[in-house]
Ligand binder design. Structure first.
Ligand SMILES: [Fe+2]
Ligand SMILES: [Fe+2]
Length: 182
């Protein structure tokens, strides 16, 4: 009855791949190469939307059940705060990239710093969830908790948005990947 957790874990693997790609893009950018800024900004927009409307809300449902089960570990607070911080970091990076698209003068080191900050924080965030929060949820939550989470996901998460976003992210990933790693 832990489909939600399996889904989140699967999404983490996909996000990790995106982070590896962003690392490669930032390394190229550092060496003076120009990524496809428009597509990069589109990718960041989808990552923001997916996190904000699908991935984070599902994790917060688990968090809520853990709280109801009497679990108040400090790292759970850290993860929730990071969700908010990550939204802002992704937005900062995306706005810097969009600035380039719109012909604004941007400092390259600032764009790179926004990107590196977002990638490093998101990677550490995934690691903390995989190492602590998910194992805790598997240990502590009961069949009825998972059923309640599943019901809430079905009620609140838009499956169409999820499907469209994932397809689009996948297409962009392939495009940027072939460009960056050619
Ligand atoms: Fe998270
Ligand atoms: Fe996550």
């Amino acid at each position: 009855m832990t489909q939600v957790l399996d889904r989140l874990h699967h999404e983490h693997k996909q996000i990790s791949q995106l982070l590896d790609l962003l690392d490669d893009i930032l390394a190229g950018f550092h060496d003076g190469r120009e990524p496809d800024y428009e597509i990069l900004s589109e990718l960041l927009q989808y990552m923001e939307e997916y996190s904000d409307q699908i991935h984070h809300p599902m994790e917060e449902l688990i968090r809520e059940r853990l709280r109801l089960a009497g679990q108040h570990q400090g790292y759970l607070d850290v993860l929730t705060r990071q969700h908010q911080a990550l939204n802002e970091m992704t937005l900062n990076f995306r706005q810097a990239v969009e600035g380039v698209v719109n012909g604004e003068v941007q400092r390259r080191d600032q764009i790179e710093a926004y990107g590196r900050e977002m990638v490093a924080t998101l990677r550490a965030h995934l690691d903390l969830e995989e190492a602590e929060a998910f194992p805790l949820a598997r240990r502590v939550l009961k069949e009825e908790d998972w059923a309640a989470i599943q019901d809430e996901v079905a009620r609140t998460i838009d499956p169409l948005l999820s499907e469209t976003d994932l397809q689009r992210i996948n297409t962009i990933y392939k495009h940027l990947s072939s460009q960056t790693r050619a």
